[in-house]
Design a protein. Structure first.
Length: 250
């Protein structure tokens, strides 16, 4: 049993689920999630089969846990013996008689186990809050909707976007591009940054649009073409009018 990969619930129930199957913790018997299993003229789903398996093949599962041989089991031999007795439902007096100690000693040991369980719960809660907190979600920036299927280039976080802008622009006041990027994701970041400086209500002639883009980068026709190709801007067929794509909201 690999405790590192199992949750507390999975350890207690004796089985865990992978992406394709339900697997027994004790013998690694596996039941594929996409199959049904015939038993005595009935058919069972994998989730039902794993529960039946553990109950039938490992009825002593609690004993297996108590006597787990991993380095994480720090119970002494005496503690294991007592826990095994407690698990059978024996009364304190019966356990005391079998072990040759006073019933009060057994009650005290049971109290000690409860206290250790409380300590373990608090420790797990602290550990989970410290080490298993989900990372703060980095939101995705928006791009114009594309006619075809959008690929990984369009999945860009705000952090990625800011990093790319810092990398490829030598100035943002005024906006000046260091160089034209080779990778498409960086190109999208550059186009988005340029578009953000232009009012959604403005219209431009081609000459006026060129005048706007020329200070940003010497090859301004390249920028103009990409802005249209990636739907940041729209234009008339003859190129006499350019305007921001009204469906694209930053």
């Amino acid at each position: 049993m690999n405790l590192q990969d199992l949750s507390l619930t999975e350890i207690e129930q004796g089985w865990h689920q992978t992406t394709t199957a339900y697997v027994c913790n004790y013998c690694q018997a596996s039941f594929a999630t996409d199959q049904v299993f015939p038993v005595a003229d009935k058919f069972y789903q994998a989730a039902q089969m794993i529960q039946q398996h553990v109950a039938q093949e490992h009825p002593d599962a609690v004993q297996l846990l108590i006597n787990d041989a991993s380095k994480y089991n720090t119970l002494t031999a005496k503690q294991r013996e007592l826990l095994a007795a407690f698990s059978t439902g024996q009364k304190d007096a019966e356990i005391a008689a079998a072990t040759g100690v006073a019933a009060a000693t057994i009650r005290h040991q049971k109290f000690t186990f409860r206290e250790k369980a409380k300590q373990a719960k608090l420790y797990l809660a602290i550990y989970d809050q410290v080490f298993n907190q989900p990372a703060v979600a980095d939101t995705l920036v928006r791009f114009p909707n594309q006619a075809g299927t959008e690929d990984d280039r369009f999945a860009m976080t705000t952090t990625e976007y800011q990093q790319l802008v810092a990398k490829f622009f030598q100035s943002t006041e005024p906006l000046q591009l260091k160089r034209w990027p080779k990778h498409q994701k960086a190109i999208l970041a550059v186009l988005k940054r340029i578009t953000s400086t232009i009012s959604p209500d403005q219209h431009f002639t081609e000459a006026g649009f060129n005048d706007l883009l020329r200070p940003i980068y010497p090859d301004y026709p390249l920028i103009r073409r990409y802005l249209v190709d990636y739907d940041f801007f729209e234009r008339t067929t003859d190129g006499s009018d350019y305007w921001r794509n009204p469906s694209y909201k930053e």
